[in-house]
Design a protein around this ligand. Structure first.
Ligand code: ZN
Length: 371
């Protein structure tokens, strides 16, 4: 689980003060007031202990919305990046919202497989995953800075979205909003509802989550997205949501009542004090998808069902695979309990948020259900 492999905060803070490079690779330190993260040995001025958040790796820091320090360059390997990769890294820094495809790499004279191997070896993730982390981190960093998540986990909680838009390299707040829209672009389909989707971030014991609350033109609010920020499919889910609703994404907009209620109920759930959620949710999909998601919500707290069970419930025995796929497309993690679906032999299979999270959610529920 996150955090459990880290040394104590005191130890890490002491390492940071002493610029102890022997902690290199053990943790990275993120500075809430500046929104950047550093190697343990960074020569920059030591921050106030209350302003430091610690992460086991660069991916976690990026996903939490921090960006790498330009002085100690925590994304660079211990030595310098190889010469053949330097032009790519420079271009990535120059336009952080750009979406790179294999053919763009080829155009730079790079072999996509070689780039992939290098990123895997040095960052533990592929180049595409690295880019996703950067893009999402960029967007989330600005959200947190605008204080949209209502928690104290983010950097610069008192800055305005416009301060941070300028800080992360956009000429204006509208420029930032436009770029954010570009990152999660989608063409609405016929079934448009309109309105806006408030996108924000909250923290849980299993890591940060991104949420989306749809506010319809008439003012009706519904939860349309809740997902762990490191989930690979997150960008696709945001895009699907915009397609389904026709609403515009509104990062850092005024906090809705529903978002506040969601934070409260999730806190109760993770404390073992809540078994059912009482929230307006919106999970539009195909008729089959909607049936499956409804069947998931009927699985009681602390219990599990097999994919075949769910297929039978929706009147499609034998559609086990389709149920599995639909389960994986659930956009409202935890609240629509797709983690309660397991293999027929009881073993765990795929979970978008990672199997360790699925296990942790089931353990939490079993512990509470048996008491
Ligand atoms: Zn640094």
């Amino acid at each position: 689980m996150e955090g459990t492999s880290l040394p104590s905060t005191d130890t890490m803070y002491a390492a940071l003060c002493e610029r102890d490079a022997s902690f290199e690779g053990v943790f990275v330190a993120a500075i809430r007031t500046t929104g950047i993260f550093c190697r343990p040995g960074c020569p920059a001025r030591t921050p106030n202990p209350g302003n430091v958040a610690y992460f086991a790796g660069t991916a976690e820091a990026l996903h939490a919305g921090y960006r790498p320090c330009k002085r100690c360059r925590p994304m660079a390997p211990a030595g310098a990046a190889p010469e053949w990769l330097a032009p790519l890294l420079a271009e990535v820094e120059a336009d952080r919202t750009r979406r790179w495809r294999d053919r763009d790499l080829v155009a730079l004279g790079l072999e996509p497989k070689r780039v992939r191997r290098w990123f895997l070896a040095h960052h533990g993730m592929t180049f595409h995953a690295y880019q996703r982390a950067r893009r999402l981190g960029l967007a989330l960093g600005a959200l947190q800075a605008a204080g949209a998540d209502g928690s104290d986990a983010g950097p610069r909680a008192d800055a305005t979205i416009s301060d941070v838009a300028l800080d992360v390299g956009f000429a204006s707040e509208s420029g930032f909003r436009e770029a954010f829209g570009k990152l999660f672009q989608a063409t609405p389909t016929a079934s448009r509802v309109g309105g806006r989707i408030e996108v924000g971030r909250l923290t849980t014991p299993l890591g940060p989550m991104l949420f989306g609350v749809l506010v319809e033109p008439g003012g009706r609010e519904s939860l349309v997205l809740l997902e762990f920020t490191d989930r690979r499919a997150l960008e696709g889910q945001l895009t699907a949501m915009v397609k389904r609703t026709g609403a515009v994404l509104a990062p850092g907009s005024d906090q809705t009542e529903l978002a506040a209620e969601l934070c409260d109920q999730l806190a109760e759930y993770f404390a073992g004090e809540r078994r059912d959620f009482d929230l307006a949710i919106g999970a539009p999909g195909t008729p089959f998808q909607e049936q499956v998601w409804a069947a998931l919500q009927a699985i009681p707290y602390g219990e599990t069902r097999s994919y075949a069970d769910i297929a039978a419930v929706v009147g499609r025995p034998g559609a086990t695979r389709a149920v599995g796929t639909t389960n994986g497309k659930n956009r409202i993690a935890v609240v629509i309990p797709c983690h309660r679906v397991v293999r027929s032999d009881g073993s765990l299979s795929g979970y978008g948020g990672g199997l360790w999270r699925k296990q942790a959610l089931l353990d939490l529920e079993r512990g509470q259900a048996s008491s």
